[in-house]
Design a protein around this ligand. Structure first.
Ligand code: GTP
Ligand code: MG
Length: 359
């Protein structure tokens, strides 16, 4: 049996197995087996892992990912100043087309990519190039149409390529040893069955070493950890061509529990909401600088990621800023009073900052 056939077989068994508490571990082990085989398969067909040569620009980069012909290029054209070729057939776009969305003072680079399914049509290796490019973005917008074309397959293709959507990296680490068996270290509040961990580790041929688990994890988290080389990327879904929708209830039913937005690249319906959702999903903060004369530049905010500090603000301005920094004065809509703060202070969205230097 080839590796591919074995993967298929396990896939079928997972599908056949009813999901419940009692079968949870069984399914977990099957998934682990499958991941291991997929890794083997990957290492067999090594053909480089380089992304398309597109240089990143702006404050963040997002990718439009989806089945061919669902309207990715049409959306890029609506969202940005770019003209990517639109065609009424699959594989109109054969390379990556970047455009820029200016929103709330942020410059967001949007990559229009070829459809990632059946990418044999793009020539050998192209599929991997697309995947390597997707691995580097800050947000994945999954694009589909009202028939929900290719949705499930795309998510599973991404997962096979080590891209996990909408989950966070868990606090797990591993120190390999050459003998002594497997020791599992976890605080009392972490609730997981030790034998589950052992069994999954064994599937990845890990039998010696120390595993540290510092928060609650499930079987999927463990598989991802042992699999390695995983990237965690935020994502939301866009259902395009909503102007052609006949049965609203059917769509709602099929997508219940999924976070999505309905749009039309043809009529422009909900395009503004889509821009807003992109911006919101990127978790950015806007910082306005007040200059020596006391004038605030509200036109061109500095864009930083949520959780940034005054130090990050300084870094963004210039390298010397940190060495000459004395203190910063912060005001803003989320501040009741004016604050004097140091480099480690966390900034909020729309803070107005005055930097005071030593000299
Ligand atoms: N009715 C309708 N048609 C649309 C909409 N968006 C795109 N289309 C049409 O769908 C077809 C495919 O659009 P593209 O933007 O080229 O799709 P794509 O996803 O970039 O396709 P590939 O590059 O081949 O992967 C074209 O004929 C578009 O005019 C929409 O919102 N409504
Ligand atoms: Mg296209």
């Amino acid at each position: 049996m080839t590796i591919e056939e074995r993967i298929r077989e396990i896939e079928d068994e997972i599908k056949k197995t009813q999901k419940n508490k009692a079968t949870e571990k069984h399914i977990g082990l099957l998934k682990a087996k499958m991941s291991k085989l997929e890794l083997e398969e990957e290492s067999h067909k090594k053909s480089g892992g380089y992304g398309f040569s597109v240089s990143k620009s702006g404050d963040a980069t997002i990718a439009l990912v989806g089945y061919p012909n669902v309207g990715k290029s049409s959306l890029l054209n609506m969202l940005t100043n770019k003209k990517s070729t639109v065609g009424n057939f699959s594989f109109t776009t054969l390379t990556v087309i970047p455009g820029t969305l200016n929103y709330n003072g942020a410059q967001i680079q949007i990559l229009d990519l070829p459809g990632i399914i059946d990418n044999a049509a793009l020539g050998a290796g192209r599929g991997r190039e697309i995947i390597s490019t997707i691995r580097t973005v800050d947000l994945i917008v999954l694009v589909t149409d009202i028939q929900l074309k290719g949705l499930k397959r795309i998510v599973s293709e991404l997962y096979k390529a080590g891209i996990v959507l909408n989950r966070k990296r868990k606090d797990i680490s591993f120190k390999k040893t050459n003998y002594g068996g497997l020791r599992i270290h976890k605080p009392r509040h972490v609730d997981i069955n030790i034998s589950d961990i052992r069994d999954i580790a064994k599937e990845f041929k890990i039998v010696n070493g120390d595993i540290y688990i510092r928060e609650n994890v499930d079987i999927d988290d463990l598989i991802d950890f042992f699999k390695g080389n995983i990237v965690y990327i935020k994502s939301f879904m866009v259902v395009n061509k909503i102007d052609m929708l006949h049965d609203e209830n059917l769509l709602k039913k099929k997508l219940s529990g999924i976070n999505y937005i309905e749009v039309s690249a043809t009529t422009g319906y909900n395009i503004e909401s889509m821009k807003n959702l992109i911006y919101k999903s990127l978790d950015m903060v806007r910082i306005y600088m007040r200059n020596k004369a006391g004038v605030v530049d509200y036109e061109r905010p500095l864009i930083l990621s949520e959780g940034s500090t005054v130090r990050d603000v300084c870094r963004k301005i210039s390298r010397e800023m940190i060495s000459t920094f004395r203190y910063a004065i912060i005001t803003g809509p989320s501040r009741k009073i004016e604050l004097r703060v140091g480099l480690d202070y966390k900034v909020n969205d729309e803070d107005v900052i005055t930097l005071i230097s030593k000299y």
